[in-house]
Design a protein around this ligand. Structure first.
Ligand code: G6P
Length: 615
């Protein structure tokens, strides 16, 4: 799981690649490197650390010039993060240079063969094996780079997005993809290669997204030549016109992407339901769903597969699907689901939720469900991502690029889509009254303004963060629809502040976590107006009588919890089923401010990556 960038054309490659790597750091940031061909040599610079460290190193050590180059930002899989294991990797002759996102699973056996043939290795990486395998094939088979890449990849087991060039053929870059994303930007007399379109969006709107098991030979003065890796057959590439713009992927005045993305939620929730939620007509229109309604209505059950924050959105969906549409729902961690020989039948509908659409476990779960005959529906944010292509149909969240590693706007936009699906199914099934249906349609339309209002507590939440920033443990409690929000609140805090936090259903507290409560322990309780309000009040009393500290998320105008809590964070009154969309906002802000106060790297927390394309 890494970010790759490449350039070939008339411009200086270095600034384009460096800038591209900065935009791709969400994919990994434990080391970085660049290789540029200057007309006679490959200039290579790599370092442990972030792209900014690489930039510093280059400033001090070398002058990089040239119109052909590749760069990499790494999230280590094989080999610790250090200068040597960083990409790009050179072949033994020094002629070939490669960058790779993915894992070559059979690299040990390939390496043994190459060692026998006299090759030497400097790093512990699988990638260095691949580049030498390609070199060996060029020598042995007397073939060109493209052909050698194709032969080599047919011997490889694993996943990859690679870009490679040969200094003896400086008008060409060869790329290939299986399992990891790869986009080719097509400019005038220039080409870009990257893990997503963000590194080249200011240069061109035209891109080819390679499909799995495809490779491309990108040559100056020629059209991009796309081939199937398996049999070398030519593929007619589809050139897409990109809709994202530069502003969408920059910070826009905010200190961090995460804060920007938290504050974007009123807008992106609206973008998610725009043209779909037609309140005046009393309908919900979801392009991807219309032709498959019967599949959902007749399903024995809906199985939701996802990871991380997307899994939490799935848990929220379980409440609303069962409540409104009366369809049994199971929510599964994709990583568990795929390995436990699950019972899946043709009468099941599987919904895969994934912001990136690239999470390896979720993608594998999708493939497994398809094999077993289930109808598979995707809810993704990234258009054209692997999961969105692999599923039978689906709905995009339209949240725009999410760069902060900790998901925020993805969560609320996923819930928005899931709410629309549940309401639509309930209406068709007749399991919701017209009155209730219309009420929720109207209320969903009001969510962006309520989220905006919830965001106004930002200053107050920052003050609360100041008080609790040095605490070592946090407990988050919620009931019903807000139990998954408690999990999500705890996850956000863990991810970006490195403070231990646990989310729990409020009523379960007495079966264990209550033992943790003392005067040091802050307990964040979601205590908004709901059917469970009185029960949550009792849970708060249980905590108070053990000297725990209560930080409560309450509905505006609340008096009871306000009296009992030590600190409160208010959200506007919302029907219970839609409360996760607003209660999650103060929890996002709380974790954000604590992390900032602790001087953490909010957008790139340690050990994490935005898109986990490895198991
Ligand atoms: C990573 C990210 C999380 C995200 C999860 C699932 O772990 O750090 O923020 O929730 O992957 O990602 P997906 O793209 O499938 O929603």
């Amino acid at each position: 799981m890494c970010g790759i960038v490449g350039y070939i054309g008339k411009k200086e490659a270095y600034p384009i690649i460096l800038n591209g790597l900065k935009r791709l750091e969400y994919r990994g940031y434990d080391s970085a490197g660049i290789a540029i061909y200057d007309g006679s040599n490959i200039q290579l610079c790599k370092t442990k650390g972030k792209v900014a460290d690489l930039e510093e190193k280059i400033k001090k050590e070398i002058t990089i010039k040239g119109n052909l180059g590749i760069g990499h930002t790494r999230w280590a899989t094989h080999g610790v993060p250090n200068d040597i294991n960083s990409h790009p990797h050179l072949s033994n002759s020094g002629n070939l240079v490669i960058i790779h996102n993915g894992i070559i699973e059979n690299y040990t056996s390939l390496k043994e063969e190459l060692l026998k043939r006299g090759y030497t290795f400097h790093s512990e990486t699988d990638t260095e094996v691949l580049v030498n395998l390609i070199e060996d094939i060029i020598k042995k088979e007397k073939v060109k780079l493209g052909k050698a890449v194709q032969i080599a990849l047919n011997q490889v087991v694993g996943a990859y997005a690679i870009a490679i060039f040969d200094k003896n053929k400086p008008d060409e870059i060869v790329v290939a993809k299986l399992g990891s994303p790869l986009a080719i930007g097509i400019g005038e007399d220039e080409f870009f290669v990257a893990s997503d379109a963000s590194p080249f969006i200011e240069f061109t709107n035209n891109a080819i997204y390679l499909k799995d098991e495809e490779m491309a030979i990108i040559r100056i003065g020629r059209d991009v030549e796309v081939r199937k890796i398996k049999d070398d057959s030519l593929v007619a590439p589809y050139i897409e016109e990109l809709k994202i713009n530069l502003e969408q992927i920059e910070k826009g005045g905010y200190e961090h992407f995460m804060l920007k993305e938290i504050f974007e939620q009123p807008t992106v929730i609206k973008d998610t339901y725009r043209g779909r939620l037609l309140v005046n007509k009393g309908i919900i229109k979801l392009g991807g769903l219309e032709d498959y309604i019967e599949k959902f209505i007749n399903a024995d059950r809906i199985i939701i597969v996802a990871c991380g924050t997307s899994w939490h959105a799935g848990l929220v969906a379980e409440y609303i699907f069962e409540d409104w549409a009366r369809i049994p729902v199971e929510v599964e961690y994709a990583s568990e689901f795929r390995y436990r020989n699950p019972i899946i039948t043709e009468k099941d509908v599987v919904i895969a939720i994934s912001q990136s659409g690239e999470t390896a476990d979720t993608l594998a779960a999708v493939k497994l469900a398809k094999e077993k005959g289930a109808f598979v529906y995707g809810i993704c944010n990234v258009v054209g991502s692997s999961i969105s292509r692999e599923t039978h149909s689906g709905t995009y969240t339209h949240a725009g690029p999410e760069i902060g590693v900790a998901s925020t706007k993805s969560f609320t936009t996923q819930i928005t889509v899931l709410t629309m699906i549940a309401l639509k199914l309930a209406k068709i099934k007749g399991t919701i009254s017209h009155r209730d249906f219309m009420l929720h349609l109207r209320e969903l339309e009001l969510i962006p303004s309520k989220v905006k209002e919830a965001l106004e507590s930002n200053g107050k939440i920052q003050e609360i963060a100041e008080i609790f920033k040095d605490v070592k443990n946090f407990l988050y409690l919620g009931r019903g629809h807000n139990f998954p929000v408690a999990l999500e609140g705890a996850l956000k805090l863990k991810e970006i502040s490195y403070i231990h936090a646990e989310g729990y259903p409020a009523a379960e507290m007495k079966h264990g976590p209550i033992a943790l409560i003392d005067e040091q322990m802050p307990v964040v309780v979601i205590a908004v107006n709901s059917n469970h309000y009185d029960k949550v009040v009792s849970n708060i009393q249980e905590i108070k009588s053990r000297q725990g500290i209560i930080i409560a998320v309450v509905t505006e105008g609340d008096t009871i919890v306000k009296e009992m809590a030590d600190y409160i964070m208010e959200v506007p009154k919302t029907p219970e089923t839609l409360t996760p969309l607003v209660t999650t906002i103060p929890l996002q802000l709380l974790s954000y401010h604590i992390a900032v106060l602790l001087n953490r790297n909010v957008d790139q927390p340690r050990n994490l990556a935005k898109s986990v394309t490895v198991e």
